[in-house]
Design a protein around this ligand. Sequence first.
Ligand code: ZN
Ligand code: ZN
Length: 148
Amino acid sequence: MKAAVLREPGKPLSVEEISIDKPKAHEVLIRTAACGLCHSDLHFINGSYPHPLPAIPGHEAAGIVEAVGEEVRSVKVGDAVVSCLSAFCGHCEFCVTGRMSLCLGGDTRRAPDDKSRMAQADGTPVNQMLNLSAFAEQMLIHENACVA
Ligand SMILES: [Zn+2]
Ligand SMILES: [Zn+2]
C-alpha cells in the first residue's frame, strides 16, 4: 500500500510503498477512505513533537473494514468506521472499574519485540503514530481504536 512517510522533521512527507501485516486476534485492517489533517500532525511534521522516525502521521480517519482478527466482535468486514486515538484495552484496572479514559492502552499496541504492523521495502519497521497512521491506503489498528 502507499503511505505518506515522515522521515525527517521539517521536510515534506514522502509517498512510499509500505507493507502492512495481517490482523492479529484483536486487530482490524481498514481501507482508508479519508483523513483530516490535524494541527497535531503538523507539530509532528515540523518536529515540535518529537517522534521515533520513520513514521506515518494521520489520526482523524474514516474507512471500510477489510479484514478482522479472529477475536474481533465489535466490527466486521464491510463496516464503515471512524478511527479513535484513545483506544482502551478493556481489562486493566482502569478499564474494569469503568475509567477507560485513563487506560494506558498497553495491549492495544504490538509489543516492541513483536513484528511491526508496517515496514518499508527492505523490511525496516515503520513507526505507527498514535496507534493509527492514517496517511496511508490501509491502517492496521486495535479493534478498540475504531467504531462503526
Ligand atoms: Zn487531531
Ligand atoms: Zn485498559
